[in-house]
Design a protein around this ligand. Structure first.
Ligand SMILES: Cc1cc2nc3c(=O)[nH]c(=O)nc-3n(C[C@H](O)[C@H](O)[C@H](O)COP(=O)(O)OP(=O)(O)OC[C@H]3O[C@@H](n4cnc5c(N)ncnc54)[C@H](O)[C@@H]3O)c2cc1C
Length: 266
């Protein structure tokens, strides 16, 4: 089977070509090329763009904008993004990180999408060729690309080192696929009481999801064993953990509170 590879100078042109159907956008190719190699005949070609803006990482003050074609390796080399390196370095091994893009990670089905779990906790904005969306709205509707065009970048406020936490649980260290991943942004006041919390979970549904019940339960509480008890009790609310060769959904659901509690108290 032959596959057409069409290259465009701009994201807009690539979006138009994708709307014609059949072809898939080619990011780093770690998933889409594998799908073709495994015999996915629904993919009839690749569309890509050489627009240099898509590989750029811009940091202005506390705001970061990462082009959709920036790789996990390039994020892990960017000194201004040090507080979120842990999430980029959680994606595969070095060879995968050299290819895996931010844009592709947004579309990766569970058990993948570790960096997107972090973006969800960060409350990122997803910039597309024809629209800007909150990451919550983007993920809720990510299978429907009509009207938004390809993803061109993500942007977010760079968190303070002590407000961002990320944990990936895997069976094979250091580069195994996730049993689950958790990212949190927790802002505390001068008394150490939680003022705001955003929590992203990976492998707890077909895509990264927020733990809204736990976010609400943390508000007004100190990050102590007693203070987090209610959040730990409800962390699994609204989840539907996946079952795959790495772990059953039951197991993922059982160990989530344990790892969540450890992350909060770490
Ligand atoms: C051996 C191996 C290990 C892996 N380990 C991990 C891991 O530990 N954690 C993890 O999160 N992932 C992992 N992955 C999955 C994958 O490598 C990453 O999720 C990666 O970030 C996907 O990015 P990509 O650019 O390679 O995606 P691609 O394969 O290029 O694309 C994936 C999908 O996203 C679409 N897409 C890509 N970019 C855009 C865009 N800009 N706009 C619109 N659509 C787009 C493509 O059309 C395709 O449908 C692993 C993969 C492999 C093969």
């Amino acid at each position: 089977m032959s596959l057409a590879l069409s290259t465009f100078a701009s994201a807009k042109e690539a979006s138009v070509a994708l709307n014609e159907g059949g072809a898939h956008y080619l990011g780093g190719g770690t998933l889409v090329v594998r799908a073709v190699n495994e015999g996915d005949i629904a993919i009839t070609g690749y569309v890509r763009t050489t627009d240099p803006a898509l590989t750029k990482i811009d940091v202005s003050g506390q705001r970061a904008r990462i082009g959709a074609s920036a790789t996990m390796a390039s994020i892990a080399r960017c000194l201004e993004l040090e507080t979120i390196w842990r999430a980029a370095k959680a994606v595969g091994g070095p060879a995968i990180r050299n290819m895996a893009t931010v844009g592709g990670n947004l579309f990766a089905p569970a058990p993948y999408g570790d960096f997107t779990v972090a973006l969800l906790a960060l409350g990122a904005t997803v910039h597309c060729a024809d629209a800007d969306l909150s990451i919550d709205d983007f993920l809720a509707d990510r299978d429907n690309s009509s009207g938004r065009g390809i993803v061109t970048a993500v942007s977010f406020d760079i968190p303070a080192a002590d407000s961002f936490r990320f944990l990936k649980v895997s069976r094979v260290k250091p580069k195994g696929v996730s049993v689950l991943s958790i990212a949190t942004i927790i802002d505390t006041d001068a008394q150490g009481v939680v003022a705001n919390a955003r929590i992203g979970l990976g492998c707890m549904a077909d895509r990264p999801i927020r733990a809204r019940a736990a976010e609400a339960a943390l508000k007004g509480q100190p990050l102590t064993k007693d203070g987090i008890a209610q959040a730990v009790a409800v962390i699994g609310e609204g989840t539907d953990p996946i079952t795959d060769p790495i772990a059953s959904g039951w197991y993922r659901g059982e160990v989530l509170p344990v790892h969540f509690s450890r992350l909060l108290l770490s």
